[in-house]
Design a protein around this ligand. Sequence first.
Ligand code: ATP
Length: 370
Amino acid sequence: MARSTETPYAIETRALCRVFTRVSEGKGRVVRWPGSRRGEGGPVRQQIQALDRVNLTVHTGEVFGLLGPNGAGKTTLIKVLATLLLPTSGEARVLGLDVVTDPVAVRERVGVVSGGEVSGYGILTVRENLWLFSQLHGIPSREARGRIDELLRAFGLWEYRDTRMSRLSTGFRQRLNVARGFVSDPDVLFLDEPTLGLDVEVARTIRAHVREWVSTRPGRTVLLTTHYMLEADELCDRVAVIDRGRIVACDTPAALKRLLATDVMLRLRTTLPPAAGDGERDGAVRRLETILSGQPGVRQVSARLRPSDGSVELFLLLADDAGVGGVLGAIESTGGRVLELHKPEPTLEDVFLKLVGRRLDEGSNGAGES
Ligand SMILES: Nc1ncnc2c1ncn2[C@@H]1O[C@H](COP(=O)(O)OP(=O)(O)OP(=O)(O)O)[C@@H](O)[C@H]1O
């Protein structure tokens, strides 16, 4: 298919689905693998709906964030868009090009960086690695040299330009990995958890570079996945919240936070009910959560035990202030004592909790397994 110059979208998906089949030993919920007999406990096939009817449009020039817990489907979406995986059904276009019928043309115009992986050759120096990638992309030598120097400086790698990659610390290898994504100056750059595990300063450098790249090179688009709220909030023009393969919300960070404008948020720290022994602590936390969920005006509760001091952190969303007294009374009735109480301004984390019903760091419990 020829490139469409009409589309204002860098990325467009319609009812995009991707299903994986996982074969595992032991008990499963779904289909028995042919050949195994009922009751034998043989291998079972499990269907995992990693992407579930995803409709998404990303405008040219946007930094667009996909925010979701582990297993939500973020990497799968990037792999489909970057033509590394075929969709099971639905449509996906990058720069107007269909990823299924026109994969080569898509690949010529996109770049992919996976923060968790380090690509490159240990035997080559930092500069040689970038040079190699520039030549694989067919960048004219002069242009490549200038760009590589720029990237070495922007990512704090200048000092190490002649050091073999194998001699670099993990953090510097990751910088090199992300810098590599910019060498070909792609029209669309997919960054899968670009700052995963990096220290705060390096993560900030990378975010600053992404911003600058998009603002100084018109027509460039970034789709990044993250489960760092701050990253999504600071860097992204728009954010799609993804959970179990589904997009549950998509808007600017500010508009997403406005979703909570009418709600009252409370963060509390309490003691555990005194009767709870070591082995019963988790049960006691869940009981407290259940009791509070039943209070008038309470829309959402999330409770977590703090291993450091055995206290309980509670996050509550209330319909209005009138529910606060009931919440405090309910905590006291369980024998718990309130140690701290805050009424904070909403963050993207709160939005996520409201939309998805659990915290981002609680994971996905297996995306859309059936
Ligand atoms: N090759 C595969 N085979 C079977 N299941 C897979 C495969 N790749 C991904 N999955 C499953 O699909 C779901 C979505 O995975 P995906 O890696 O896209 O999530 P994610 O949001 O990127 O999570 P993470 O942040 O942990 O990388 C998960 O349940 C995962 O176990």
